[in-house]
Design a protein around this ligand. Structure first.
Ligand code: GLN
Length: 457
């Protein structure tokens, strides 16, 4: 089949799914067909093509794309067209991928249900009364609905892994610094990472290989070689591998029976393949969520100060009498409630007199959390545990209760605070037929190990 036919199929599938699921904020029909056509022409001319030649890929709407809007699902950036591509987008193009459009998300990636998008919710393809998770809900739903085989998400506190778990697909948050953040609209810069979402670990391996690697325009980019992740997914022999079971998390309050069962099943599969299972604790786990919800909003309040109505995005026209009122009105009109909540929390945590009590204390606890991971990885090769306390919850169930929404991140924010890679993979279904995920976390730069073990399932 030709790349044009494949692109056409993806575009038709998107058109059919969009009214039901609304995974996309923008579909680039012409652009996708143009790129696909040029792939076909170059193939016919015998030219060498990139590893993703003709493969349709969707990109979360927080990554800059020169030829498409980049809205972060916010009124603030409704009309924003970046003058440049994010590094990961550039690399997709260089690999001859066909970028079909931008996917819906929680506004500025703040949320766990894609319900804070200014452009409407996304529905979970497995049960359209339920959320696909968030913030990369559109990216995960697009893959789950079968519209595209690959998508790019971002993960600051779980936003690749949680929606992947809710949508029954595979998603990987790489090591902090593994993938360039250049052109990623910043939420919390010390936590943000871009990563792949796909059906299987093998496909994630291919997409990660395309986007990973050193890049001088991101000062946190790691100058380390990129292994051939796809080769890592070929073996199924886990003998000699030590897997740390986060047993404590299975006893956590509010964790559903199906999630516990999925982790138990995973233990059995891994043990059958020869892995040794050892109980491991991350002692400061109970501080993960509070620490994250001081650090992430603090960094967000600073990053989002750039949206002042003058430099980027929405500028208020009514009720503006002077510069200050222009700033205030523009931000009042451009940002949604959750974004405003984060800015207020973050500004408070950073302000003089409170910073020692909140922000600086959170940084200290973060060091302890990192230490827990170091200690764990001196004993075991990987950590196994849940991704989320429950499978996908109902739309509307938590959207008015921020604390309940924040508790969705109970098992995912640790990897971001420590900077380690983590993958969410399908772990079966609950009694209602909803997918349940399981999580593997690894030492820094051991994405290959995560993918290898994930593909053995
Ligand atoms: N749910 C978390 C939050 O709201 C994580 C978001 C993310 O990873 N972008 O901050």
């Amino acid at each position: 089949v030709s790349a044009v036919e494949i692109a056409q199929k993806a575009l038709d599938a998107i058109e059919a799914s969009q009214p039901r699921h609304h995974s996309f904020t923008f579909v680039d029909r012409e652009g996708a067909l143009r790129v696909a056509k040029s792939v076909d022409q170059r193939r016919a001319a015998g030219e060498d093509l990139g590893p993703l030649a003709g493969v349709p890929v969707a990109v979360k709407d927080v990554l800059c794309t020169q030829d498409m809007p980049t809205t972060c699902s916010s009124e603030m950036l409704r009309d924003f067209r970046p003058p440049y591509d994010a590094t990961v987008v550039e690399r997709l193009r260089r690999a001859d991928a066909v970028i079909v459009g931008k996917t819906n998300m929680d506004e500025f990636a703040m949320g766990a249900s894609t319900e804070t998008s200014a452009f409407g919710i996304t529905r979970n393809p497995w049960d359209t009364d339920r959320t696909p998770g968030g913030s990369s809900g559109g990216a995960a739903a697009a893959v789950a609905a079968g519209t595209v085989p690959l998508s790019l998400g971002t993960d600051t506190g779980g936003s690749i892994r949680q929606p992947s778990a809710f949508c029954g697909v595979t998603g990987l948050k790489p090591t902090y610094g593994r993938v360039s953040r250049y052109g990623l609209v910043a939420f919390a810069s010390s936590l943000d990472q871009v990563g792949p979402i796909a059906w299987s670990a093998d496909e994630c391996a291919l997409l990660l290989y395309t986007i990973a690697g050193f890049e001088p325009r991101d000062s946190t980019s790691l100058d380390q070689p990129v292994p051939d992740y796809a080769a890592a997914t070929k073996s199924k022999d886990l003998r000699g591998l030590k897997i740390g079971l986060l047993r404590e998390s299975l006893d956590a309050e509010g964790i559903s029976h199906s999630v516990r069962a999925a982790v138990r099943d995973a233990i059995k599969v891994l043990a059958d393949l020869g892995a040794e299972i050892i109980d491991v604790e991350l002692p400061h786990r109970e501080y993960w969520v509070p620490t994250y919800y001081v650090i992430a909003p603090s960094e967000a309040s600073s990053n989002l100060s750039r949206y002042d109505g003058a430099h980027y995005g929405h500028r208020a026209s009514e009720g503006v009498t002077d510069l200050l009122s222009m700033y205030c009105r523009s931000r009042a009109e451009g940002f949604g409630d959750e974004v405003k909540r984060r800015i207020m929390v973050g500004t408070y945590a950073l302000s003089e007199g409170y910073a020692d009590e909140y922000y600086n204390k959170a940084l200290k606890v973060r060091r302890l959390i990192r230490g827990d991971y170091d200690a764990a990885f001196s004993q075991v090769d990987l950590l196994l545990g849940p991704v989320t306390p429950t499978p996908a919850f109902k739309l509307g169930e938590k959207v008015d209760d921020p604390i309940q929404m924040y508790l969705c991140d109970l098992f995912t924010v640790g990897a971001n605070l420590a900077g380690v890679p983590a993958i969410s993979l399908p772990g079966g279904f609950d009694e209602q037929g909803l997918p349940v995920g399981i999580q593997l976390q690894g030492p820094p730069l051991e994405e290959g190990r995560l993918l290898f073990v994930a593909s053995a399932f």
